[in-house]
Ligand binder design. Structure first.
Ligand code: GRF
Length: 195
């Protein structure tokens, strides 16, 4: 049997996507294991969720470094310390730099149907455009903002009375399932590790 995929998760906020991964990784025979959870800010619920689950955590804040490049190098060092197969950016609101991306395969989850509405306000921007269907995307991370190869997408209809918040909450329900399915699939088929 293949050993569980070794995963590090990066978060910036509530960590509900992280929680879905924690739940899916629990128990014997799970196809992946969460080695550590990192955040780019103090006091996130995501880090609290990880600590409650007994997963080691670290915080790596851009303002604590002289340059963004120093931050990138230290983030890479902290990730590499646990030697993961895969890094999952799950609501991590920072663009990753060349040190991290040069050493690790990273997937990201985004609350819109890429390539439409990339960036930090995907839900708001899709609504402002008047789309009737939106959703979420899981993709490999490259040097651009939400530009990497798409792995999976799920659709969500926009309702007439939706607010950005209500729509985002419905997207997140679907997004959590998608993310767990993607990490399970990447654990089951490791052909991407040779890419
Ligand atoms: C998700 O919709 C993610 O795609 C976006 O921010 C949200 C994070 O939610 N970038 P959570 O922290 O996992 O609850």
């Amino acid at each position: 049997m293949t050993s569980p995929l070794r995963v590090v998760v990066l978060v910036s906020g509530a960590g509900s996507n992280l929680q879905a991964l924690i739940d899916a990784a629990a128990g014997d025979g799970a196809p992946f294991r969460l080695l550590a959870v990192g955040a780019d800010r103090d006091g996130t619920l995501g880090v609290e969720r990880a600590a409650t689950a007994g997963i080691p955590t670290f915080v790596c804040r851009v303002p604590d470094y002289l340059t963004r490049a120093d931050w990138d190098l230290d983030l890479e060092r902290q990730i590499s310390a646990v030697d993961p197969d895969l890094v999952v950016s799950a609501g991590f609101m920072k663009v990753l730099g060349p040190a991290v991306l040069g050493s690790h395969r990273v997937v990201n989850t985004h609350p819109a149907l890429l390539p439409s509405f990339p960036g930090a306000h995907g839900v708001r921007d899709a609504m402002a455009h008047g789309v009737r269907v939106t959703g979420c995307t899981c993709h490999w991370v490259d040097a651009g903002v939400d530009t990497g190869p798409i792995i999976d997408q799920r659709c969500v209809r926009v309702e007439d009375d939706d607010t950005v918040e209500s729509l985002h909450e419905r997207i997140k329900v679907v997004e959590r399932e998608m993310l767990v399915d993607v990490v399970r699939a990447l654990a089951a088929d490791r052909s991407w590790q040779g890419d």
